[in-house]
Design a protein around this ligand. Sequence first.
Ligand code: GDP
Length: 296
Amino acid sequence: MAFEGLSEKLQGVFKNLKGKGSLTEADINDAMREVKLALLEADVNFKVVKEFVSSVKEKALGEEVMKSLTPAQQVIKIVDRELTELMGGAGSKLTYSPRGFTVLLMVGLQGTGKTTTCGKLANYLKNNGKKPMLCACDIYRPAAIDQLEVVGKAVDTPVFTMRDCREPEKIALAAMKEAELKGYNVLIVDTAGRLQIDEALMDELVTIKKAVKPHEILLVVDALTGQDAVNAAEGFNEKLGIDGIIMTKMDGDSRGGAALSAKKVTGKPIKFVGMGEKFDALEPFHPDRMASRILG
Ligand code: GDP
């Protein structure tokens, strides 16, 4: 489960604070030093940690005293608020086209869980009253097309393919036409992944983006890769521009550093988290609930 270690450490820090009646500046400084260590151990980006701790400290020292709360409760409340803010505040939903037909472009490195997530998203959309269609745009690996077809079957969603076409943007455009014609209202476009960000991959994605003008470009990253996931998000955002992040494998990530750093580093929100291999294991990301979960 995500944030296990961090959660335990922070709860320890706060238990300590609660044991004291009033808090001195030194108490807060000590506590913040421990919070800082806990965040670093959770693999949160170093700059993000520094800013976070100094912001909490400033607020904890400056906060006007609320009579209803003990000093320790106040510090916890500030940390809760700042953690929520760090992960994106109110949270970010998918945006749908006002015209009624939405295109979601799914991008990401190989192995992050992109194809599985396409299926999870189709399942989620169906449960939310949408009619999704999937589209296979990986022109390099026929196995990737096969995989998407298996996924489509599992979530009872049609998959558009053009196995002989070498131009992914043409495949996506044809899929849009077909989907609209058949009365589907969301097209989820699965694209090719690579082991690392390279120019050819980015050029191809930019070409698809220009052709289909997606309403959302969603980057799939693997929480288990920690700061590499954040770096990938930065790279994709710089070269392509993304609208949101889907962070997979949160079920196996006991640290949580990527989830805590991604929004601050890239400016782009995490919209969903993957919580398992099954197709119903996709959850909208709620920073406030996640912060509460961390603080226990
Ligand atoms: P792609 O290369 O990015 O398309 O990755 P795949 O969709 O093939 O997924 C790679 C592996 O990650 C598969 O074994 C998936 O079952 C697994 N996976 C994807 N999302 C999750 C998740 O949220 N949690 C867990 N535990 N496994 C996941």
